[in-house]
Structure formats: C-alpha cells, structure tokens
Design a protein around this ligand. Structure first.
Ligand code: NDP
Length: 324
C-alpha cells in the first residue's frame, strides 16, 4: 500500500474535476485526481459536442476529455488510475480516501467531482442506438434533430423542460409518459400543454427502440399501453430518455448533507459543503444545468475556494505562532 499526499485531492475526472485540477495546479496545490470507474466522465460516452465554447466545428466528447486531461497533467496534476471506495472526512482536514488498488490518498482539501449518470430504460435497442437517435440530453443533442420528429420519455421536470427546449429545433415533439399525470411542476405543465408543437402520449411504456444502428439509426419506438396492454409503433427519428439522473454520492451518505435525490448540498452560489475544506462541483451538486461548461465553471470555483481555505488556514497558523 502506498500513501499519496497532496494539498488538493480531487475525486472524479470529468470537466468539473479536471477544471479544478487545472486551476489547483496553477495555484501550486499539486493536485491528485483519482479518476474513478469512468475516466473522463459522461462526455466519454457521447459523440458530437457543439456547445463547448472555443471550438467552431463539432468536436468529439472523448477527444475533449483527453485534451482536458492533457492540459491538467501539463500544468502539474497527478492522475491516478484508481477508484475511491471509502472516505474519511469526519475529523476535518487533512482528509483521507482509500482506493480500490489498496492505496491511500491524503489531501488538505477534498474536491468531490464524482458526477452523475443519466438513468436509462434498459430496453432493447436503447444502447445500440445511443448517439444514433437515442440520447439522454436534449440540450446537448437536440440541435442534431433539427426539423425531425422527436419524442421525450418521462414525466418529471427534466422531461417537460427537454420537450419545451426541443421545440426550438423540431416542429413535432411528443412527450411519452407511463402514467396519466405528470410529476413536473404545474408551471412547466401549463407551458407544455399550451405549446402548439407538443403532443402528449399518456400511459405508454417504451418496450423497444426500433431502427438499425448501422443504417439510418432510430426509426421509432415500440410502445405498450400501461392500461390496456395494447402494443403500437410510434415513428420518430430522435428519442430523448429523461427519466432522471443518479448522482454518484454513495461514498458520502451519512457524511455530507444531500437532498432527497442524493445530490450533495452546497452553500448557495458556492461549491462549499458543510465541512470546511470539502468542496463539491459539477453534476454531483447540480441537478438543474448539468452541462460540461457549467461543471467546468463550478470546478474552477472549487479550486479558487480551496486555495482561499488553505491560505486562511496558513494565515491563522502564523497568527497563532506569533501570539504564542
Ligand atoms: P424525476 O425523478 O422528477 O422524474 C422522473 C420521471 O421519469 C417521472 O415522471 C417518472 O415516472 C419517469 N420514470 C422513471 N423511471 C421510469 C421508467 N423506468 N420508465 C418510464 N418512466 C420512468 O426526475 P427529473 O430528472 O425530471 O428531476 C430530478 C430532480 O431535479 C427533481 O427534483 C426535479 O424537480 C429537479 N429538476 C428541476 C428543474 C428545475 O427546477 N428547472 C429542472 C430539472 C429537474 P413517474 O412519474 O411515473 O414516477
């Protein structure tokens, strides 16, 4: 077992973690990033990215993450191919984390950037047609379905917001929900029902995504009526699964405050958790925006606040010594 010590320990290697690392390294905090099970995060399982600032042409998600990692390493970040299985934050700074490899990581500050995963339906065709008509993010991929018929699956705030967003690109948007009423807030429901280009299919469960991944992608959905059991086919070229996200916060259960969905709670407008020296950034604390650029922004905020935390602590130590 090896113990790795650093001023700044970062768990997670998506845009939030790597942005924190870039800022942290340039501020001399010699960060360690423990990459986790999906190095690079959610962008590594997407294809085209057209909304990350700085690139006029369409870029690829995995490429963007490779570049971010290369930049983080170039400025002095140590990347660790390991997954954290246990953290100890109760005693305050320094914080200790154990890796799957058996190694131990000790950081004066801890930045949590473990992200979130979109929930999927788990039905046939969903995985093979992912990126070829099936998506879990309308803001990311809606543009690619300009002028096409699209469906959104789900009945919560995300599904309704995605359906409304998609009307920017598509003339024909259908929300498909498994029950007869929506979970989304009333104001969003009112907007949805009033929209002339959105229809709703009630009491329908998606049984299968139809189409050929190698030729033309998604062509439709096979639906089952949840009341009558009848099957039908719904033709569409894009389908957005919006049935919620799961934040990766299992490690912190009982250790840090979370909301009812498991997202880490931070002081409003900051990445500060309840524990001084522990910061949370990216999708693990944001169920609203969930974009690579917002995750990168909060990663930067975490590094700046981490630097302030360490500077204030150094200052009080010096002051204490001077008083003694
Ligand atoms: P929610 O958990 O609120 O809603 C998920 C929806 O997906 C529900 O309608 C649920 O159906 C449906 N669903 C779940 N599993 C399946 C399945 N296997 N098959 C078919 N349908 C399924 O998730 P959201 O992502 O919408 O929202 C998460 C949180 O984020 C909420 O607290 C929400 O309020 C918040 N949020 C806030 C926003 C804002 O304030 N602007 C924007 C987006 C999210 P059923 O209703 O039958 O359970």
């Amino acid at each position: 077992m090896t113990t790795h010590t650093t001023r700044m320990l970062i768990i997670g290697s998506g845009p939030a973690g790597l942005s924190a690392a870039i800022y942290g390294a340039r501020a001399g905090m010699q960060p360690i990033v423990v990459q986790g099970l999906q190095p690079g995060g959610q962008l590594t399982i997407t294809t085209d990215v057209e909304n990350y600032p700085g690139f006029r042409d369409v870029i690829q998600g995995p490429w963007l993450m490779q570049e971010m990692q290369a930049q983080a390493e170039h400025v002095g970040t140590r990347m660790m191919w390991d997954t954290i299985t246990e953290v100890d934050i109760a005693g305050g700074s320094p914080f200790t984390a154990k890796g799957d490899s058996g190694d131990e990581y000790v950081g004066d500050v801890l930045v949590i950037a473990t992200g979130a995963q979109a929930k999927w339906l788990g039905v046939p065709g969903e995985e093979s047609l992912s990126g070829k008509g099936v998506s879990a993010c309308a803001t990311c991929d809606g543009f690619f379905y300009r002028g096409k018929k699209v469906a959104v699956i789900g009945g919560g705030n995300t599904a309704v917001e995605e359906a409304l967003y998609l009307t920017n690109h598509s003339e024909d948007v259908t929300l498909i929900h498994r029950r007869g009423d929506l979970r989304a807030e009333k104001i969003l429901q009112d907007r949805l029902f009033a929209h002339p280009r959105i229809s709703v299919l009630w009491n329908k469960r998606v049984e299968e995504f139809l189409g050929d991944p190698l030729a033309g992608g998604l062509t439709g959905l096979r639906l089952a009526d949840t009341e009558t059991g009848e099957f039908s086919t719904f033709g569409c070229e894009g389908a957005f699964v919006a049935i919620g996200h799961a934040p990766a916060t299992e490690l912190f259960r009982g250790k840090l405050p979370m909301d009812e969905s498991g997202y880490l709670l931070v002081k409003p407008g900051t990445p500060k958790t309840d524990v001084p020296g522990v910061f949370a950034c990216g999708d693990v604390m944001d169920h609203t925006y969930r974009q690579a650029v917002t995750a990168a922004g909060t990663g930067c905020m975490a590094a700046l606040d981490a630097e302030r935390f360490l500077a204030e602590r150094e200052f009080s130590k010096v002051a204490e010594t001077a008083e003694a």
